[in-house]
Write a protein that binds this ligand. Structure first.
Ligand code: ZN
Length: 313
């Protein structure tokens, strides 16, 4: 074994590689904990607002944990552990990976944002009748001149409901009203803003948990359905979902009316063919414990460093 590799291993054993270990192991441990939370979230039909908040916390956690390692990364960039390999990894490696992950996520976010803006630019004002309905519901409505089936909310700060001509033609007046009620729930809940932030955070790590963002989208759809059916017939909303879901293109920053992944589940719930299965209290506790444990992970580096300092020197 070459002498420099041996000196690297000795330095690791003496606790000099703690930052490196923390940087690799903490995001992986967070991903495992978030996966556990998402598993329990998936076991229930998320009809309550608490479950939506759990789903938001789970989606945000991978990014929060990764960003929480920022101080560790900057500290290691200034540290000069003696041996060569350890020094290169510490001083440049961690910073390069950290900055690379954040920059690539920001770039992807910019592309998604631009595609949403382009969608808005090609929309038109709605007809007088539809504009009157939008005013009555308190939403901003734009019409996409396309026969594709589109019914989404876009616009991060000022949510706008975009509906295509094809969708307007395929829905009855009552179905359109039900669809817009669902979209209004997304606008009121500021779901496009949440979706943008959570989409960024869910992937701002080298160990992303894609199912966590999907769980949040699923929960927000159920919550919007629940809010809509307080004022419209649930069967009418179910038929609007089926009509819109025929050909829909998904975009992470858009809150759409219908997604094929959970369509069957939502329609069954709306027409009363399925009872809402509430997450049992034990599952809520497990989700909370998993997320709280993940949230404290960025502190692990400091604790491990102190532990090594006290007991290994
Ligand atoms: Zn929706």
């Amino acid at each position: 074994m070459s002498s420099w590799l041996r000196s690297d291993i000795n330095a690791m054993a003496a606790g000099q590689g703690m930052d490196l270990l923390t940087f690799v192991l903490v995001p992986l441990a967070a991903a495992m904990l978030v996966r556990t939370a998402v598993y329990f979230l998936g076991a229930a039909v998320p009809v309550s607002r608490v479950q939506v908040w759990f789903a938001r916390a789970a989606a945000a956690m991978p990014g929060i944990v990764f960003l929480g390692l920022g101080p560790t990364v900057f500290r290691s960039a200034h540290a000069r552990p003696g041996p060569m390999l350890l020094c290169i990894l510490h001083c440049y490696g961690l910073f390069a990976v950290f900055a690379g992950v954040l920059l690539s996520r920001m770039f992807a976010f910019g592309r998604q944002f631009a595609s949403c803006q382009r969608l808005l630019e090609i929309t038109e004002a709605p007809s007088e009748r539809n504009a009157k309905l939008a005013t009555e519901l308190g939403i901003r409505l734009r019409v996409l001149p396309s026969q594709f089936s589109v019914c989404v909310v876009t616009g991060i700060w000022k949510p706008v409901v975009v509906i295509s001509r094809g969708t307007l033609e395929s829905l009855s007046w009552e179905e359109l009203r039900a669809a817009l009620m669902h979209e209004r729930a997304h606008c009121r809940g500021r779901e496009t803003c949440w979706a943008a932030g959570l989409w960024f955070l869910s992937g701002a790590t080298f160990a992303p948990v894609r199912s966590a963002f999907d769980a949040y989208k699923r929960a927000s759809e159920f919550a919007a359905d629940g809010e809509a059916i307080r004022e419209v017939c649930s069967v009418t909303l179910a038929s609007a979902l089926v009509a819109v879901a025929r050909s829909r293109r998904d975009r992470p920053l858009l809150a759409g009316l219908a997604s094929r992944e959970n369509l069957r589940e939502r329609v069954a719930l709306l027409v009363g063919a399925e009872d809402p299965k509430k997450a049992c209290r034990g599952a809520g506790v497990l989700i909370s414990v998993a997320l709280a444990a993940a949230a404290t992970l960025p502190l692990v580096g400091g604790i491990a460093r102190n532990f090594v300092h006290v007991f290994c020197r």
